[in-house]
Design a binder for this molecule. Structure first.
Ligand code: 13P
Length: 258
């Protein structure tokens, strides 16, 4: 089975201006040692307006951090006032783009079709999508969690080739666990991440599925990261609130320390 390099990403959402962003990354770098980065990827996803500042900081200080964006438009350019395109992000050395975060699905009306177009735009420009999927509490209580996530994967990956699928990261983020302090149990996270891998195996074959990195997201904190990362199908975390504290995010990243 291929080795999967874990990936821990901080989704800052709509927090921190570009000056605060620089401070946050500088403090994070201060808290982390070389060993903390070894064998795993660490990514920060600040708001658009901070991307250039963080790109420059990462380059000048040679920080082993990846840069991610939280969204993009599906078209490369055009009359789309207020939008940011994938090629613009690629020019800023953005490596990852969140696609289909539940907040974008719920608050900005993004359908699987829209998410699919964004995934493809990101891949067209040599970046990697972090495709977010997850069920609501209502759907979970109705026993529909797995089906909802499978449907989101199918809809969002329409037309994505095997070669492109190998570049994909999927984040399982149950909506009821986001920002609520109520996280999925490690067993629930494992079950859903395994189901995601199973669906990717159906679509792209076992080899692609074995190489796929699946993150868990939803109230990840320093106190629960170890148990989550100990699950065989959990290959990383997508961290919201706790990524806004350099201390907490550093503790999450350095969870392997003795
Ligand atoms: P919280 O970690 O704040 O629950 O947010 C999770 C999330 O939405 C990350 O994308």
């Amino acid at each position: 089975m291929p080795e999967r390099t874990p990936i821990i990403a901080g989704n800052w959402k709509m927090h921190r201006d570009h000056l605060e962003a620089i401070q946050l990354v500088q403090k994070l770098a201060y808290h982390l040692s070389e060993e903390d980065y070894e064998g795993q990827e660490v990514v920060v996803c600040p708001p658009f307006v901070a991307l250039r500042s963080i790109q420059t900081l990462i380059q000048s200080d040679k920080l082993p951090l990846g840069l991610g964006a939280q969204n993009c438009h599906a078209e490369d350019e055009g009359a789309f006032t207020g939008e940011i395109s994938a090629p613009m992000l690629a020019r800023l050395d953005v490596a990852y783009v969140l696609c289909g975060h539940s907040e974008r699905r719920a608050l900005f009306g993004e359908t699987d079709e829209v998410v699919n177009a964004k995934v493809r735009a990101v891949q067209r420009h040599g970046m990697r999508p972090i495709l977010c999927v997850g069920e609501t509490l209502e759907q979970r209580e109705a026993g529909e969690a797995t089906q909802v996530v499978v449907d989101q994967l199918r809809g969002s990956l329409e037309g994505v080739t095997i070669g492109e699928a190998t570049q994909l990261v999927v984040a399982y983020e149950p909506v009821w666990a986001i920002g609520t302090g109520r996280n999925a149990t490690p067993d629930d996270a494992q079950e859903m991440c395994a189901a995601i891998r199973g669906e990717i195996a159906e679509q792209y074959g076992q080899g692609t599925a074995d190489g796929l990195r699946v993150q868990y997201g939803g109230s990840v904190k320093p106190g629960n990261i170890r148990e989550l990362m100990g699950q065989p199908d959990v290959d990383g975390a997508l961290v919201g609130g706790a990524s806004l504290s350099s201390e907490d995010f550093a503790l999450i990243v350095s969870h392997r320390r003795g």
